[in-house]
Design a protein around this ligand. Sequence first.
Ligand code: NDP
Length: 237
Amino acid sequence: MGGFKGKSVLVLGGSRGIGAAIVQRFAADGATVTFTYAGSREAAERLAAETGSTAVVTDSADRDAVIARVRDSGPLDVLVVNAGVGAFGDPLEQDPDAVDRLIRINVAAPYHAAVEAARRMPEGGRIIVIGSVNGDRIPFPGLSAYAMSKSALQGMARGLARDFGPRGITVNVVQPGPIDTDMNPADGPMKDIQHAVMAIKRHGRPEDVAGMVAWLAGPEAGFVTGAMHTIDGGFGA
Ligand code: NDP
């Protein structure tokens, strides 16, 4: 592989799970990869050493830190915003501070990062945000805040695609269904209820999502923008 040789890639939230698979994929394909993390320093340093990428601490809940990180990463060919958190449960019982934090990480950070990256992104640049099939479908209670944040990314991508399209920059959302990570383990308590609504009754792998991200970042996808790309085993079918 080596399809991204000479390309500069920044992954926000790359220390674990889907983000780590995205870092591994771009590094294996020859890109120069920087990724951020917040709490998982050991995992981040291990991944950086394994892949030859650079790990930097940046809390996506801190808007100014996110903007500074994107700015200081130099002109990017590809920005991937993967960092995301859940705040699941009865909305009547939820801590409003947890909901506001989720909005900062899942919505505000992707927006500000995308705008900052676009300032210096060359023609052909790619902005890819990890949303969720819950942006389209919410088959269980307790997902309102999370779903709200992921559907907000849809409007963002459609709008920014219009704003940056004239410069040849594409903006897309990848919407996974259940993927086996710390956030949603394949053997976790939600597995049966999730598999019940899926056409393919198992969790996907982080590498599956990384493959879709790599395609969107590559030369075959230059005409794909302002679109949602669902990879969910038929969760939303
Ligand atoms: P994990 O919880 O397994 O990993 C989350 C990653 O995001 C970690 O690298 C974590 O870094 C980083 N992150 C979280 N909060 C912050 C923060 N404040 N600042 C910087 N980095 C942060 O999640 P997944 O890999 O499962 O999820 C990745 C994305 O995919 C999320 O946006 C999620 O909503 C989405 N998604 C996941 C699905 C699933 O089933 N797994 C389904 C649909 C969407 P650190 O540990 O260093 O803090």
